[in-house]
Write a protein that binds this ligand. Structure first.
Ligand code: 6PG
Length: 252
């Protein structure tokens, strides 16, 4: 949520999804090295959907794979679908196949959302505890601060699993909640909430493709419409917000 409406937002237009993913990879490496070379761990929340798969593949390949001290990177998720971790719709499955397995990331560094649990409310509380255990400054009343949160935007304007008109949009206390989707796949989800997204040091949206153009135009240029366009509400209070978009998504 913005403070007094004054948030810093940068929109970077790249030629296509390949260029967008390469730009994102450079940003990831720069931010990770800033932390790890100072002797700190780097905490990142990954996005799901299909757009980041290319980015994950780039990070797992040369030259990027040799540019990061992966043992010092801890991976979390912005949202997860209520399916087993080897299911085709699992965000973890995609990240594991494209990124964790090729890099040989230690399992202790991978913090997946347990969205296959039968009780999603219990699962949400357990992931909240996981965040508080690992993220800096996470006393009981503070909001954990990710170094980087990757996000996507659905054609309906949702981000993470914060869908238009759903109760999760109003959550201001809990860090993780169960949510209902407004789009396919129609399975319940776990999602980080706005307070966590807004506490990050850096939020990076990746948006590609002409099917996003009409919604993206409204999100970036239209009047505030938080119930219809949840992505519009992401506004780090003490961090930066960058939208990496390709020309097709910009309607160019
Ligand atoms: C999910 C997401 C979701 C996604 C957008 C964009 O699990 O569905 O994390 O918020 O990022 O829907 O998805 P695409 O990249 O597939 O367009």
């Amino acid at each position: 949520m913005s403070v007094g409406g004054a948030i810093r937002r940068e929109v970077v237009i790249l030629e296509d999804k390949e260029a967008l993913s390469r730009d994102a990879a450079h940003r990831f490496v720069f931010l990770a090295n800033q932390k790890t070379r100072a002797g700190d761990l780097f905490h990142v929340a990954l996005s799901g959907g299909s757009t980041p798969e290319l980015l994950y593949g780039l990070l797992a390949a040369l030259p990027f794979r040799d540019d990061v001290d992966w043992e010092k990177v801890h991976f979390f998720f912005g949202d997860e679908r209520a399916v087993p971790p080897d299911h085709a719709d699992s965000n973890y499955r995609m990240a594991n196949a494209a990124l964790f397995a090729p890099l040989g990331v230690p399992t202790a560094n991978i913090h997946r959302m347990p969205a296959e649990e039968p009780d999603l409310d219990v699962a949400a509380h357990s992931y909240e505890a996981e965040l508080r255990t690992h993220l800096a400054g996470s006393s009981t009343d503070a909001i954990p601060r990710f170094d980087l949160i990757l996000l996507g935007m659905g054609p309906d304007g949702h981000t993470a699993s914060l869908f238009p008109h759903k109760p999760a949009l109003q959550e201001r206390t809990r860090l993780v909640v169960a949510s209902e989707p407004g789009l396919k796949p129609f399975v319940p989800r776990l999602t980080l909430t706005f307070p966590v997204l807004d506490a990050a040091a850096q939020v990076l949206f990746l948006v590609a493709g002409a099917d996003k153009a009409a919604t993206l135009h409204k999100v970036l240029n239209g009047p505030a419409d938080p119930e219809n366009l949840p992505s519009q509400s992401v506004a780090p209070t003490n961090g930066s917000l960058v939208w990496l978009v390709d020309r097709a998504a910009m309607g160019q």
